[in-house]
Design a protein around this ligand. Structure first.
Ligand SMILES: NC(=O)c1ccc[n+]([C@@H]2O[C@H](COP(=O)([O-])OP(=O)(O)OC[C@H]3O[C@@H](n4cnc5c(N)ncnc54)[C@H](O)[C@@H]3O)[C@@H](O)[C@H]2O)c1
Length: 318
């Protein structure tokens, strides 16, 4: 399969991620067949797409006529064979279970020509393990998006042990065509690159709270106003270069041994789960949330991300 030959794609799973990703494919000019096992998910996904597009249009990130044309490129179905008919590229966003994904990939392979690219948006399951269900694992690779898919620029492109160079190249170039920022992950390691970085920070954040060094509020305040404030512009390695590698090297000598190396979650975190405190969806996690504030908190988050995206796009000339 060549990048230039990809015209039509199937989005497998129309949940949180499938809707946002399908929308991005349609906006980039691809014909999209949106598939789900649950018929009720399909109109809900279309509604979510229309709502997300309305926000992007209002913020000047998407011309209204392009939004409408993109919606016209999306069809929906609960029939897998119909979804895969005539597609050159498949992106799977079904629930995060290895057995389910393996079954799905085996079935999809039987319904597609041998060169159709099969990509998965798995958060962290092994691409190699998913591909092992296929006769042609060389055409399976990772395309890992972040939520909200239509806003966050990063998409990781992951090489499984048997992914071919050709497959990886197509997934990478399709990602670029979507207007996303691809990062090539050359080894199929747990968490790929972005979740490894995110969870390295989370481990230290949990440690600081568990040890009573700073409060949960102050962990978040520290990140948002210090290290994290710089991150949209400077990554950790650029930060070190600008700060001076001699200084960062000296600090690393005494600080790395002092950082948390915990391999299990701390007790206070486990207790939150036992008490059913799962975050905003149950009204309490590390913080408390009033039910009437929930939608507004999520709306404000998306609006902030959109404005940040506009700023970055304007500065970098995307
Ligand atoms: N939500 C996130 O923040 C996020 C971020 C990155 C990656 N992911 C990954 O994306 C994938 C989907 O996550 P989500 O949050 O959209 O889940 P979700 O539960 O919102 O959506 C999953 C959809 O898959 C459908 N489904 C169930 N069985 C199916 C099958 N056999 N074939 C096709 N569809 C099926 C469900 O009906 C549902 O609509 C998972 O692998 C997840 O780990 C999620």
């Amino acid at each position: 399969m060549r990048f230039e030959d990809v015209q039509r794609m199937a989005m497998i799973g129309a949940g949180t991620m499938g809707a946002g990703m399908g929308m991005c494919y349609a906006q980039a000019g691809y014909e999209v067949a949106l598939y789900d096992v649950q018929a009720a998910q399909l109109p809900m996904a279309l509604e979510r797409i229309a709502n997300s597009q309305a926000v992007l249009v209002a913020e000047g990130l998407l011309p209204a006529e392009e939004a409408e044309a993109a919606r016209g490129r999306i069809t929906t179905t609960t029939d897998l064979a119909e979804a895969l008919d005539g597609v050159q590229f498949v992106l799977e966003a079904a629930p995060e279970r290895l057995d389910l994904k393996q079954r799905l990939f085996r079935e999809m392979e039987g319904l597609c020509p041998a060169d159709t690219i099969l990509a998965t948006n798995t958060s962290g399951l092994s691409i190699t393990a998913i591909a092992s269900a296929c006769q042609h694992p060389e055409r399976v690779g990772g395309q890992h998006w972040a939520n909200p898919a239509e806003i966050v620029p990063l998409v990781e492109v992951i090489r499984g042990e048997r992914t071919s160079d050709e497959t990886l190249d197509v997934i990478y170039r399709v990602t670029e065509k979507l207007g996303k920022v691809p990062v090539l992950v050359q080894k199929d390691v747990p968490g790929f690159a972005s979740n490894r970085l995110q969870f390295a920070v989370l481990r230290e954040a949990l440690h600081l709270v568990a040890e009573g060094i700073v409060s949960a509020e102050d962990v978040d305040r520290t990140l948002k106003n210090g290290v994290g404030f710089r991150y949209p512009w400077l990554g950790p390695l650029e930060t070190a270069d600008l700060g001076g590698l001699d200084t960062f090297h000296s600090v690393a000598q005494y600080l790395l041994p002092a950082l948390s190396k915990m391999e299990t979650t701390p007790e206070f975190f486990d207790r939150l789960l036992e008490e059913g405190k799962l975050g905003i969806k149950t009204g309490e996690g590390f913080y408390r949330y009033e039910p009437e504030d929930r939608d507004e908190i999520l709306r404000e988050r998306d609006l902030y991300f959109i404005r940040q995206l506009k700023l970055i796009r304007a500065i970098r000339g995307w």
